[in-house]
Design a protein around this ligand. Structure first.
Ligand SMILES: C[S@@+](CC[C@H](N)C(=O)[O-])C[C@H]1O[C@@H](n2cnc3c(N)ncnc32)[C@H](O)[C@@H]1O
Length: 378
């Protein structure tokens, strides 16, 4: 099968590390035990034609350090943040600050909607000796920085120790506590998933549309990756914001409201880079209309971005969480906006205005988290 050429081959990088001395000054302290997946059984079952998988040359769990030359191939620095060095489309950071933001978001999102949709436990059930080995794939898993432990695919690997879990992203996972049944692979999902066809019982794809060129194609690819009876689990924030009556606010860059204006800038930068910003709004219809899926469940969670609903403690808690996320996202969006021609003065102006608006909490903003899950027909 012909496939894209990888940007780098991990095995040659590992060879390079091996040939460096143990006390190499070049090594930084970042542990990459995770990118060297310890599970030989997982490793053997999903080899890409170009050997992009981040697997250990050794079958035993290993903890190693990432040399600065390896880091340079995987990450680049832009506007004070670390970004993946692989995709021209996805331009949000891939650094510790961003993973901490996503970890908090993961805690909040799973408190809203639960970690696993109801069919999950049944689908991933251990079939016992001689039974099918269950496999779960997380597309655009996030990096799982060395401090970050909360993560859907890590949870799957821990909660279902009999399963094989695979996490794919533009950067490797980097957790010191990588479960032995979890493998991290570096790949660009826009290149296709043919090498995974028919291999998985569950496929997650959460919050990835800004790095996806063609979301319709991705859904179709996932339908091929799933085994019959398997589950697709999609979740995305819409690229929109709503007023107190849950009416969409036009995303004009001429605020106020400034959060809407800021989002308008972000969306146009994502579009310019080729990201499919319409993905979240088409997600439900795409799965419902796809001939391979059945039992489609569409869920929507309305969330406030500031604690403006003062008489509802749950909403206040959510508003405080989301406000923290907005503060962090204002910074995360820097490389995306500045790298796409937004003048620095405009970016700084917007950040100040949005921050002020968030502190005052006077706009009754709503935003919407959408989840769609479905089963692949048998
Ligand atoms: C906003 S983060 C979400 C991470 C995680 N799914 C979560 O729910 O916390 C988006 C992730 O998708 C990855 N991503 C985006 N586009 C991708 C692509 N084309 N191929 C592989 N990974 C991609 C990014 O590198 C990033 O780690």
């Amino acid at each position: 099968m012909t496939r894209h050429q990888p940007l780098f081959n991990l095995h040659s990088l590992l060879h390079h590390i091996d040939s460096e001395s143990d006390d190499d000054d070049d090594m930084d302290s970042l542990s990459v035990s995770s990118i060297l997946s310890p599970s030989p059984s997982v490793a053997e079952t999903s080899v890409t034609s170009h050997d992009m998988s981040m697997r250990s040359a050794s079958p035993a769990p290993s903890v190693r350090s990432m040399s600065s030359s390896m880091r340079e191939q995987i990450f680049r620095q832009e506007y004070g943040r670390g970004l993946n060095n692989y995709s021209d489309v996805y331009a949000l950071p891939a650094d510790d600050e961003e993973w901490e933001r996503l970890e908090k978001q993961y805690s909040y999102m799973t408190s809203l909607m639960g970690k696993y949709p109801p069919p999950f436990g049944d689908i991933m059930r251990d079939e016992g000796p001689g039974g099918e080995i269950k496999r779960c794939l997380d597309l655009g898993c996030g990096n799982g920085a060395w401090k970050v432990l909360l993560h859907v695919i890590m949870d799957v690997a821990h909660d279902f120790p009999h399963c094989e879990a695979v996490a794919v992203d533009l950067v490797p996972m980097q957790s010191p506590s990588m479960p032995p049944n979890l493998r991290s692979e570096v790949d660009d999902l826009n290149m296709g998933l043919e090498h995974f066809y028919g291999d998985f019982n569950v496929v997650h794809a959460w919050l990835i549309t800004s790095g996806i060129k063609d979301y319709d194609r991705l859904i179709d690819e996932i339908s091929h990756v799933l085994r019959p009876g398997g589950m697709i689990d999609l979740m995305e924030w819409g690229f929109d914001i709503y007023d107190g009556n849950k009416q969409s606010i036009p995303l004009s860059v001429h605020g106020p409201p400034w959060l809407a204006a800021f989002l308008g800038l972000v969306i146009s930068a994502i579009k310019k880079r080729g990201g499919d910003v319409g993905g979240p709004s088409r997600m439900a219809t795409l799965v419902q209309n796809h001939p391979d899926f059945e039992h489609v469940v569409v869920q929507e969670f309305w969330v406030t971005t500031t604690p403006w609903m003062k008489d509802d403690p749950e909403m206040v808690r959510g508003g405080i969480n989301m406000r923290e996320d907005v503060y962090a996202f204002l910074k995360s969006a820097g490389p995306l906006l500045l790298g796409n021609g937004t003048p620095a003065e405009l970016y700084e102006f917007m950040k100040r205005r949005v921050t002020q608006e968030m502190i005052e909490a006077k706009y009754p903003y709503w935003t919407r988290l959408r989840r769609v899950y479905a089963l692949k027909r048998r």
